[in-house]
Design a protein around this ligand. Structure first.
Ligand SMILES: Nc1ncnc2c1ncn2[C@@H]1O[C@H](COP(=O)(O)OP(=O)(O)OP(=O)(O)O)[C@@H](O)[C@H]1O
Ligand SMILES: [Mg+2]
Length: 260
């Protein structure tokens, strides 16, 4: 049985004036346990919408989502989300940000300490436990955001461009940390990105969405050869191929054409 099954998902937003925006069209995909799905697509094609629907935070207009064969009808502790802006609580220290989900779940003080310490170490945040988010670098804030979700030990991790705002080197380091975590803890990942190279480096499959309304345009399988080398010829060729396809499917986007 698929870990996650997306069956014919459609999403149409209706705003206050009655204007309809179709964000997703007929998304149909089965994701197996332990897969790392990278989702690529142009800005506004519906990636965050898809993630929010999978997380149970947003209700699709039509279609069904199943987790382990059970329909998703609302947020579940088995699904963790790292949001696009990874907004931390500014009034809480690093430790207390990471602890947040454990507080909600009423875990004991001793459990909280053991678990938070584990993720502080794993995310290289040792020494920064008592700092506030505004005293951290962007990369550290992203790590706290990851730790805050990971500490709840969800089976499925949804990540919405978690590395988007980072410099090249920090981004590469965190990519490797995410891959290590995924392999060690056998999570099922759905990782959204704009970056074709990142999608190919991380994923077991890359799902390419068309411009809005987001539809599955192509799915690319990637050979499982970890650790991967970023300069691997087959990987570079696949990046090129996906980039070309992305250009093709984007060429009829009216919003971009208006500026050319
Ligand atoms: N609450 C909302 N009400 C109306 N329209 C919305 C709402 N949220 C998103 N949309 C529209 O749905 C479409 C998809 O938005 P979404 O945020 O899912 O895109 P995205 O692929 O995540 O973009 P980006 O890469 O820029 O983050 C966009 O056209 C957006 O304007
Ligand atoms: Mg988005």
């Amino acid at each position: 049985m698929a870990k996650i099954s997306l069956q014919h998902i459609n999403m149409i937003y209706t705003d206050g004036t009655g204007t309809n925006t179709q964000a997703l069209k007929d998304i149909h995909l089965n994701i197996e346990e332990g897969e790392f799905i990278s989702v690529l697509g142009a800005s506004g094609c519906g990636k965050s919408t898809l993630l929010e629907i999978i997380s149970g935070l947003l209700k699709q207009t039509s279609g069904h989502i199943f987790l382990d064969g059970k329909e998703v009808t609302g947020p579940s502790k088995n699904i963790g989300v790292v949001f696009q802006d990874s907004s931390l609580f500014p009034w809480r220290t690093v430790r207390r940000n990471i602890e947040f989900g454990l507080e909600i779940n009423r875990r004991s003080k001793a459990d909280k300490k053991i678990l938070v310490d584990k993720y502080i170490k794993m995310m290289n945040l040792t020494g920064f436990e008592d700092r506030y988010p505004q005293q951290l670098s962007g990369g550290m804030r992203q790590r706290v955001g990851l730790a805050r979700t990971m500490v709840n030990d969800p089976e499925v991790l949804l990540m919405d461009e978690p590395l988007g705002a980072l410099d090249y080197l920090t981004r590469q380091t965190l990519q490797d940390e995410i891959v290590d975590l995924w392999r060690r803890e056998n999570k099922t990942m759905i990782f959204i990105t704009h970056d074709v190279a990142e999608a190919v480096y991380l994923g077991t499959r890359v799902v390419l969405l068309s411009p809005r309304p987001g539809r599955i345009s192509n799915i690319y399988e990637i050979e499982e050869d970890r650790p991967r080398r970023r300069t691997d010829a087959a990987q570079l060729a696949l990046i090129e191929k996906i980039q070309q396809r992305l250009n093709e499917i984007s060429s009829d986007r009216e919003d971009i054409r208006a500026y050319i």
